[in-house]
Design a protein around this ligand. Structure first.
Ligand SMILES: Cc1ncc(COP(=O)(O)O)c(C=O)c1O
Length: 384
């Protein structure tokens, strides 16, 4: 049994993917080929974003808007500690300071109360300037955007939705970008919408920001607005107006994603079915099964249960030939690189407690009923 079975998906659309890849190989347009722009168009239509800038990975997707906003040292960026390290690591890249926020005990997503308390504390302390909030759609479900966005607006902070795990999730039928200034995603292969390597995207409805991110993606190149405002007396193609990076999505990856996007909604429905079956089979036998925020729809990047003897359960599953994973055993604020960064004033007790009990079970759209029954029976058979 696979934890995430990418080969099962490949078997479904193998011909289409192979043809798409072959098409790019034959076209020779390996960098910024037409598939990249077509993908950006389709992702925008999918998630109601007027501007989509694909990029090299989900980490740089977060860094790009922070660079566009010219994040500086002594600026504070509020983010959860219970997430993949990438969410926080980009902040010190720019010399700014991540401030770690606790999570809601039910959804594992950023706790609005902890956020508000941290913003007030940073303001009162006076050493850092609150600037940005990064909310994460952990394990595939939307963060509490209505409350988080209201707090961000009240304190005049920008809001990024890190939807690396939750691209395609909705709350009250709306995508995270409805509330956020920017949504970012990752196309890492194991993500719900993954490619065959690294990839990412920045989505926004802010045209000026979109233009800047597009410039920063390619070494701070001249934007249409720059060209209109300044009279360059030579071809501006090789001019850099700002310090950027090379963060382009490969054309082959865009071609793969265009094929995967066609089956993405169907795959999310299938994941939902798997999640419901797991919940039915497990809800009376473990500390908790996942609960999605009211009005929310998860894309189930992970199916995470809790058990008081998590490590015992993991060993038991392994002995039964069932793969599992722990996201995340060490919260970011307890990792070496982040130990000196501030946390919310009451600390992160929920984050620290959950890191000891969570365990993710096999989850993918092609997990058949028989395999699922095996997982459920194995979890139920654990007496630890
Ligand atoms: C929540 C979150 N943010 C950011 C990233 C970074 O994405 P990437 O690996 O494409 O850089 C990931 C996953 O890897 C993630 O899970």
């Amino acid at each position: 049994m696979q934890f995430i079975d990418l080969q099962a998906q490949r078997a479904r659309i193998e011909t289409e993917i192979n043809t798409a890849i072959q098409g790019v190989v034959e076209s020779g347009r390996y960098v910024m080929g037409p598939e990249v722009f077509e993908l950006e168009k389709q992702l925008g239509a999918y998630s109601e974003a007027s501007h989509v800038i694909s990029c090299a990975n989900g980490t740089e997707a977060i860094a790009l808007p922070l660079m566009a906003w010219e994040l500086k040292p002594r600026q504070a960026v509020f983010c959860p500690s219970f997430t993949f390290v990438a969410t926080a690591q980009v902040v010190p890249w720019l010399g700014a300071v991540p401030v770690f926020i606790d999570i809601d005990p039910v959804t594992y997503n950023m706790c609005p109360k902890s956020l508000e308390a941290a913003i007030e504390a940073i303001k009162a302390d006076g050493q850092l300037t609150p600037s940005v909030v990064i909310a994460v759609d952990l394990f595939g479900q939307p963060a509490n955007y209505p409350e988080i966005a209201a707090i961000a607006r009240k304190h005049d902070l920008k809001l990024i939705a890190d939807t690396a795990q939750g691209f395609g999730c909705t709350l009250d039928g709306k995508h995270p970008l409805h509330w956020a200034d920017v949504a970012t995603t990752s196309f890492f292969p194991a993500k719900p919408l993954g490619c065959y390597g690294d990839g990412g995207a920045v989505l926004t409805n802010d045209a000026a920001l979109g233009e800047l991110v597009e410039s920063l993606r390619v070494y701070g190149k001249v934007t249409p607005t720059d060209a209109a405002e300044r009279n360059f007396n030579h071809d501006p193609k090789y001019l850099s107006l700002r310090v950027g990076m090379n963060s382009r999505l490969d054309t082959i990856q865009a071609a793969v994603l265009l094929e995967k996007l066609k089956i993405f909604d169907d795959e999310n429905d299938k994941r939902q079915t798997v999640a419901e079956r797991y919940a039915d089979g497990l809800k009376d036998h473990v500390l908790s099964v996942p609960k999605v925020i009211e009005g929310g729809r998860s894309v189930w990047a992970q199916y995470v249960i809790e058990h008081e003897n998590r490590d015992g359960l993991q060993a038991h599953l392994q002995a039964a030939g069932i793969p599992s994973a722990v996201y995340y055993p060490v919260p970011i604020h307890m990792q070496d690189f982040a130990e000196h960064f501030p946390t919310a004033p009451a600390g992160l007790p929920v984050t620290e407690a959950k890191s000891k009990t969570v365990i993710a079970l096999p989850m993918h759209p092609y997990l058949d009923e028989e395999s699922q029954t095996r997982v459920i029976d194995a979890v139920r058979g654990f007496n630890g």
